[in-house]
Ligand binder design. Structure first.
Ligand SMILES: Nc1ncnc2c1ncn2[C@@H]1O[C@H](COP(=O)(O)OP(=O)(O)OP(=O)(O)O)[C@@H](O)[C@H]1O
Ligand SMILES: [Mg+2]
Length: 504
């Protein structure tokens, strides 16, 4: 890697050199190098499991490296924990949630600097203190609300506000935009911070976000820094070949699929979150996209169809047969599979092995296990989905974010469902695995499945969906056919015909 030659007087804000880290038998980092100057926005890129989050956690003091050096302003540092790093001005917004659901938004935002118990501080004073940081993160919510009552996208912005409250000199954002349908607001925050001299490290798998906001990119592969790309080198081709080590070509090969009869029909369905009834049909072979902003009701809709939420009215039928009971089990038996948005909350048991996690539906159905069969199934899934892991017996909680997501998909797609409900299916999944997953979704559709795809990644929706329905505040705001669906048309409907611009 070319070393950036800077005079001693202006040592970089951060220099990590030759950083190594093992977790037992797993080598997460072999030789990672990363330099960030003041006011610079640097992308840390790489495939799932390449070591990005591990490096971020080392820099932010939450884990210690086994080797290498980390320097701040030219001085070597060795943090005892995140508090030390925070005190030195290094702050990480991590890939997995950290908010305390029972505490208010304001308490969460100010948590790292609350020296005394929150109850001795006046709640209104706390709210006023948190307000500017919430505004800075582009979030308008009542600071006294419990953080757990917010939808995921808004919780993510509270995480950003919490980081801003630490007034960091170096901010690390680990896949923060995946939970934000409107990443522009975050980019505005990043630009403001950088203009004021803060260094920012952005970790994202979305190539156009890299181009949008980063000054350059450092690419990790298998735990080592393999490339350093300048601003004018941040093309899809350069980035993907540096990350994957091969050319990927086109992502979206939407194959023409003959569309069959009505497979899924949703009639006047009313979720427990909104008074509006929603009706649509999806035919065999068809992929229906569901778009909308945070809080528009996409996840609630999918969860209600899959029986995970009780509807207030309406019905769901598969192949003309109405599901009599709203329960996940009844839906599964009728041939439905849901890939939920919240992978650890709803889909995976973090402490259990890959093998057991993949076996769960069979366990329930047959009430017995067959370790050989489970082992084979897990091994196949791990190969097919390119899950980077140290065997199928490791706990799912030790996998990198994108690899955990691949398992959720492997389990849902592995059943050959008649109806597949996907909620942000490629969140955190790297570009190489993403194109494989699009292929697999296409294959299922070609085999006659009806697919419902909710995604905040508009390129993904436009690339895969035959039709897109757009939700705005829980009600259907419109439907667009493939040839009329553009980013602008979707955004206009999502904002309620363009009249409102205050939705986050
Ligand atoms: N606590 C842990 N115990 C065991 N292995 C771990 C642990 N944390 C990370 N790993 C392993 O280290 C490797 C690097 O993981 P890391 O989370 O840094 O990847 P990443 O680049 O952030 O990937 P992603 O894009 O999927 O988030 C992976 O193989 C992962 O399974
Ligand atoms: Mg990660």
């Amino acid at each position: 890697m070319p070393v950036i030659d800077v005079p001693r007087v202006s040592a970089p804000l951060l220099r990590a050199a030759g950083v190594a880290k093992n977790f037992g038998p797993v080598t997460a980092l072999r030789r990672a190098d990363l330099v960030v100057h003041r006011g610079e926005v640097v992308c840390l890129a790489g495939e799932n499991g390449s070591g990005k989050s591990t490096l971020a956690r080392i820099v932010a003091g939450s884990i210690r490296p086994d080797g290498g050096a980390v320097e701040l302003d030219g001085t070597p540092v060795a943090f005892g924990g995140p508090k030390d790093a925070l005190a030195a001005g290094l702050c990480l917004v991590s890939q997995e949630p950290t908010l305390v659901p029972g505490l208010s938004v304001a308490e969460n935002v100010l948590l790292p600097r609350l020296n005394r118990p929150a109850r001795t501080v006046r709640r209104t004073a706390l709210a006023a203190e948190a307000e500017p940081y919430l505004a800075g993160a582009g979030l308008r919510v009542d600071p006294l609300r419990p953080a757990g009552s917010l939808p995921p996208g808004e919780r993510e912005l509270v995480e950003v506000a919490k980081a801003l409250a630490a007034e960091p000199r170096l901010l690390i954002l680990d896949e923060v935009t995946t939970r934000l349908p409107d990443p522009e607001r975050l980019f505005a925050v990043v630009e403001r911070l950088a203009a004021a001299g803060t260094g920012v490290i952005v970790i994202t798998h979305r190539l156009r976000e890299i181009r949008r906001v980063c000054d350059r990119a450092t690419v990790l592969r298998d735990g080592a820094t393999v490339a350093e790309l300048g601003r004018d080198e941040l093309t899809d081709e350069r980035l993907s070949s540096a990350m994957v080590g091969r050319d990927l070509g086109e992502y979206f090969h939407k194959r023409p699929v003959p569309v069959g009869g009505e497979r899924l029909s949703v009639e006047d369905l009313v979720t427990d979150r909104s008074p509006h009834a929603i009706s649509f049909d999806v035919r065999a072979g068809e992929i229906l996209g569901v778009a909308g902003l945070v809080g528009a009701g996409r996840s609630e809709l999918l969860e209600t169809i899959a029986g995970a939420r009780r509807p207030r009215g309406g019905s769901v039928a598969i192949d003309g047969e109405r599901l009599e009971r709203a329960s996940p089990r009844a839906a599964r038996r009728a041939g439905m599979a849901l890939v939920p948005e919240d992978r650890f909350g709803q889909a995976l048991a973090a402490a259990h092995s890959i093998r057991d996690n993949l076996a769960v539906p069979w366990l329930r159905a047959l009430r017995r296990t067959n370790r050989h069969r489970d082992h084979d199934r897990a091994t196949r899934a791990v190969t097919d989905y390119r899950v980077r892991c140290h065997g199928v017996d490791v706990p799912v909680g030790t996998l990198s974010g994108g690899n955990a997501q691949k398992l959720v998909l492997a389990r849902a797609l592995g059943h050959a469902p008649k109806v597949l409900l996907l909620d942000e299916p490629t969140r955190g999944v790297d570009i190489g695995a993403r194109s494989d997953i699009y292929e697999l979704i296409g294959e299922l559709a070609a085999g006659g499945a009806a697919v419902v795809l909710a995604s905040s990644d508009l390129l993904e929706l436009l690339g895969l969906a035959d039709r897109v329905i757009v939700l705005a505040e829980g009600r259907p705001a419109g439907e667009l056919h493939r040839d009329e669906a553009t980013e602008e048309a979707i955004a206009l409907l999502a904002l309620g015909g363009g009249e409102r611009d205050d939705a986050v």
